[in-house]
Design a protein. Structure first.
Lengths: 180, 446
C-alpha cells in the first residue's frame, strides 16, 4: 500500500517526506532550507529521484532557480522569501529560500575589488562615472573584448592600458563591477 | 610641555562619527554632477584604529578607502597640517593663466563629514615606533597601524644657502602653492627677450613627465606673450626620461625655436639673486647662463621626519623601502609608507599614490583580521600631459607583482615591459585630460 501525505499548508521550516512502499529511499533534497544573499548563488542537491525531477519556484522575483543534473542552483534576486518545490513521480518536497541583503564580504578579501579599484581613477569610485560609468553593468567583459581585439579605439589609452592585465584579472574585474 | 593622551580625550568627548547604514549613495553637496559618495558599511566585522600622516593623493585615498572598505569599526585619524590639499596635477596650467591655484584646492570635508575620518590639522614633529608627537605637544599612540604618506622635501642646489630662496627668488613650484603663484607672476613680468631656464634633477623625482610638460606649456605661452623669449632646459638626465617621441616632437616641431633642450647637465652653482647658473655638460665645463626667470626643479627626497625615524632605508638613504604587497616599511614593522616618499619601481605620481593607497588599505584590513595581504596586487598609472594650451598626450603603465624579485613590474604584453604613450598630442586628449583629472581627484577626496 502506498502512503501519501499532502504537503499543503505546512510550516515553511518543515519538510514532509513521502514513504514509498519499496525498500528504496525516497526523494531527498539537501539542504532542507536555504538562505542566500542578493546576487549570491547556492545549490540544492537532489537524490533518490524516481523518474524525472521537476522544480517549481513560487517567487521568481525573489530568487531564480534552475535545475541541471539533480542540482538546483538558486540565485538571490531581491530580499524576500520563495519556496522551491522539488518533485519526482511520487514526491513533492518544499525547500524554503530566504534571500537577504548583499553584505560586504566580512573578510574584505574580495580579490576582484582591489583589482577593480585600478579602474576608479578614471571611472570613478566603484565605477560610478568618469569616462564611462561601469558600476552595475553586466557587459564589461564584452566591452573589454572589443578593446583587446583592436575593434574599439585601438590607438587609445584604454586599449593600451588593458594590455597590462591578464584575462583572469579582467574577468574578476568585470565580475566585481557588475555588483560593486 | 603639555602632554595628554590624545585619543582618550577624543573618546570622552565623542568622535561623532557619521555612520550610514543606507545602501543608497549620496551625491556630493556642492555639485549636481559631483562624485557619488558611497556609504560606509556597518557590518564588515573589522575593527581597529589606523593613523594616516599626510593628506595628499596617497594619504587621502587611504583615509577614504579605510572607511569605505573597512567600515564603521575602523577608526581613521588623518593628520595633515594644511587645511586643504593643492593639486600638483594641472598646476602647470596656473603658470599659463589657464587655471587659478584656488581652483586646484581640495578640502577634506567629504572625508570628515561623510566618511567619518577624524582630521587633525597639526604638524608632526616626531615619529616613534608606537607613537607620534604633534607640534602642540600631543602624543598620538593608540593605533594599530601607522600609514605615512608625507610627500617630498627639496634639496638646495650648489651655491644656495637657504630653502627660502625657492620661496622668494627662484621658485621650484614642484609642490603647488605660493611658489606656483610666484613663478606665474615672474613669467608675466619677465622682460621679453630674456629666457626661462628650467633645470631637471636626476631621476627619481616627482612626476617623470612633469618638467617636460612644464617646458611645453611655458614655451606655448611665451609664443603669444613673450615672443622673443625661449625656454632653456638643463636636464641632469642623459635624455628625455618619458614619452620621448612626444616630447622630442614638441621641442623640435610644435615649439620649434622656442625650446633649447640640453641633456646631461650638472649644475655647479646657483646665484639666486642674479638668476645666474653655472653648469657642466659632458666635456664642456664652466658654462654660465643668466635667466629672466629661473625655475630650478631640485633633487627631491623623503622628508627628514622619516630619516630621523630610521625609515629611509633605500640604497641611497633618500627614500623608504617597503614591501609592495602591503607597503609596510622594511625598516620598521607596523609602519606603512606610500606615495612619493617610497623607493619602488613605480613612478612618483598622484595617480600611482592613489592606487598604492588602495593596495595598502586592502592589506591593512586583511592584517587586522589576521590574514595575509593579497599576494598578487596590481597597480597602474594613466597620466595625461598638456603640450599646448589645447592639446595633450597620455601615457599608460600597469604594474604586476613579481614574486621572484618582489617588485612591481610592467608585464611583457604591455609594450615589452614599458609604458605606452599616445601617438600624438590632440585636442581630444586635452578634453580627456580634464575628465581624468576630475575623476582621479573625486576618487581621492570625494
Amino acid at each position: 500500500m502506498t502512503i501519501q501525505n499532502s504537503l499543503k499548508g505546512l510550516a515553511v521550516t518543515s519538510l514532509m517526506l513521502i514513504a514509498a512502499i519499496s525498500d528504496a529511499a525516497s526523494l531527498t533534497a539537501s539542504p532542507a532550507s536555504l538562505s542566500v544573499a542578493v546576487n549570491q548563488s547556492a545549490t540544492i542537491s537532489i537524490s533518490n529521484a524516481r523518474g524525472t525531477v521537476r522544480i517549481e519556484n513560487s517567487n521568481p522575483g525573489v530568487a531564480s532557480a534552475s535545475l541541471s543534473a539533480n542540482v538546483v542552483t538558486v540565485t538571490g534576486k531581491s530580499v524576500g522569501t520563495s519556496t522551491i518545490k522539488v518533485k519526482d513521480r511520487r514526491t513533492t518536497l518544499s525547500v524554503p529560500v530566504s534571500v537577504i541583503s548583499a553584505v560586504p564580504p566580512v573578510n574584505g578579501n574580495n580579490d576582484g575589488r582591489l583589482l577593480a579599484s585600478n579602474c576608479f581613477q578614471c571611472h570613478g569610485t566603484n565605477g560610478s562615472g568618469g569616462f564611462e560609468s561601469l558600476g552595475g553593468k553586466n557587459d564589461i567583459a564584452a566591452e573589454l573584448s572589443e578593446y583587446l581585439s583592436g575593434d574599439e579605439d585601438p590607438d587609445g589609452i584604454m586599449a593600451a592600458h588593458l594590455k597590462g592585465y591578464t584575462q583572469e584579472q579582467l574577468q574578476a574585474i568585470s565580475d566585481y563591477l557588475a555588483n560593486p | 610641555m603639555n602632554r595628554r593622551n590624545f585619543l582618550n580625550t577624543m573618546a570622552v568627548s565623542g568622535f561623532g562619527l557619521l555612520t550610514l547604514s543606507s545602501t543608497f549613495p549620496v551625491h556630493a553637496d556642492d555639485s549636481s554632477t559631483g562624485p557619488i559618495q558611497f556609504p560606509v558599511p556597518t557590518n564588515t566585522g573589522i575593527s581597529g584604529h589606523i593613523v594616516v600622516l599626510g593628506g595628499g593623493m596617497a594619504g587621502a585615498t587611504v583615509a577614504k578607502y579605510l572607511r569605505l572598505w573597512g567600515g564603521t569599526g575602523v577608526q581613521v585619524t588623518l593628520i595633515e597640517k594644511s587645511a586643504a590639499y593643492t593639486s600638483n596635477i594641472m598646476s602647470n596650467t596656473v603658470l599659463t593663466g589657464q587655471r587659478t591655484l584656488a581652483n586646484l584646492a581640495y578640502n577634506y570635508n567629504t572625508l570628515v563629514n561623510h566618511y567619518g575620518v577624524n582630521l587633525v590639522n597639526q604638524e608632526v614633529t616626531k615619529i616613534n615606533g608606537g607613537s607620534i608627537l604633534l607640534a602642540d605637544g600631543t602624543i598620538v599612540d593608540n593605533y594599530d597601524r601607522l600609514v605615512i604618506a608625507p610627500g617630498l622635501e627639496f634639496d638646495l642646489l650648489p651655491g644656495m644657502s637657504s630653502l627660502d630662496e625657492y620661496e622668494t627668488l627662484i621658485p621650484h613650484a614642484w609642490k603647488a602653492g605660493p611658489q606656483t603663484t610666484l613663478l606665474r607672476s615672474q613669467l608675466v613680468n619677465m622682460t621679453d627677450g630674456t629666457n626661462v631656464v628650467i633645470t631637471i634633477p636626476k631621476a627619481p623625482y616627482r612626476c617623470p613627465p612633469g618638467p617636460y610638460e612644464r617646458t611645453c606649456v611655458i614655451a606655448d605661452w611665451l609664443k603669444s606673450h613673450k615672443p622673443n623669449s625661449k625656454v632653456i632646459v638643463l636636464d641632469a638626465n642623459p635624455d628625455i626620461l618619458v614619452e620621448k617621441d612626444n616630447f622630442n616632437h614638441a621641442f623640435t616641431v610644435t615649439h620649434a625655436g622656442v625650446v633649447d633642450y640640453r641633456p646631461g647637465c650638472t649644475i655647479t652653482n646657483v646665484d639666486s639673486s642674479n638668476r645666474v647658473l653655472s653648469y657642466d655638460q659632458g666635456l664642456s665645463v664652466g658654462n654660465t647662463i643668466e635667466a629672466g626667470v629661473l625655475n630650478p626643479i631640485p633633487p627631491q627626497r623623503a622628508p627628514k621626519l622619516l630619516a630621523d625615524a630610521g625609515l629611509l632605508n633605500s640604497p641611497d638613504g633618500r627614500f623608504a623601502s617597503v614591501d609592495v604587497l602591503s607597503y609596510e616599511s622594511t625598516a620598521k614593522p607596523g609602519i606603512h609608507i606610500i606615495g612619493d616618499a617610497t623607493h619602488t619601481t613605480m613612478p612618483k605620481a598622484g595617480h600611482i599614490g592613489n592606487q598604492q593607497g588602495k593596495t595598502c588599505v586592502d592589506a591593512i584590513l586583511r592584517l587586522l583580521q589576521g590574514q595575509q595581504p593579497d599576494q598578487a596586487p596590481v597597480t597602474n598609472s594613466a597620466c595625461y600631459t598638456p603640450i599646448t594650451a589645447t592639446t595633450a598626450t597620455w601615457l599608460s603603465a600597469v604594474y604586476q607583482y613579481d614574486p621572484l624579485t618582489k617588485k612591481m613590474v610592467i608585464p611583457t604584453q604591455h609594450n615589452s615591459g614599458g609604458a605606452i604613450s599616445a601617438t600624438s598630442a590632440t585636442t581630444e586628449n586635452y578634453q580627456d585630460m580634464l575628465t581624468w583629472f576630475d575623476t582621479v581627484m573625486g576618487d581621492t577626496f570625494a
